[in-house]
Design a protein around this ligand. Sequence first.
Ligand SMILES: CC(C)(COP(=O)(O)OP(=O)(O)OC[C@H]1O[C@@H](n2cnc3c(N)ncnc32)[C@H](O)[C@@H]1OP(=O)(O)O)[C@@H](O)C(=O)NCCC(=O)NCCS
Length: 171
Amino acid sequence: MTAPAQAQAPLEVIFRRPVEADHASVIRVIEHWFGERRARPLASLSWFRHFTGTSWIAESEGGRLLGFLIGYRSPDDVRRAVVHLVGVDPNHRRRGLGRDLVDRFVADVGATGVRTIEAVSPPDARGAIAFHRALGFRPDDGPGTMRLYGTPATPDLEGDGEDRVLLIREL
Ligand SMILES: CC(C)(COP(=O)(O)OP(=O)(O)OC[C@H]1O[C@@H](n2cnc3c(N)ncnc32)[C@H](O)[C@@H]1OP(=O)(O)O)[C@@H](O)C(=O)NCCC(=O)NCCS
């Protein structure tokens, strides 16, 4: 006889704006969380100095990092905003934390007139693409795209061999 499944305790999460000290906490975990050696340069200190007004930290009551979102409104087009990075501790996934972080970002930028939110993902990052799709993002399938790993993507968008899916959510 198998033991009954243990119910997960409800997650107590505190949401706050990032401060510079969060940079160290994020780069400590980002390669593990993203499963990607090259993720670390994507979370450079500037994000924690200059983009805090539209970014979020999720932490436990004890101050342990549970998730983060770095995002911004486009300086070139005030109707557009970008989710630069969103990450959740692998031990706390599929409990709505990623969605909550994006919802908070949408509330931030939606209140300032943003109509379109963008994110990019490698085409083989199936979890990330499924997450964005679940939150109402759609892959751009316009000119220059082709199906890679089953998703419309732009080959070499970020340089040689760096194919990307451009994910767009209309507000
Ligand atoms: C992507 C990520 C942020 C999702 O965080 P999360 O807290 O697990 O997401 P949520 O629990 O809010 O998921 C919301 C919905 O997205 C979808 N989803 C999330 N992760 C998924 C996965 N791995 N596979 C398929 N669908 C997924 C589901 O529909 C989910 O709803 P459900 O759990 O009720 O089915 C997290 O997996 C992560 O940090 N991944 C590594 C970093 C990364 O790829 N970031 C995105 C690119 S910057």
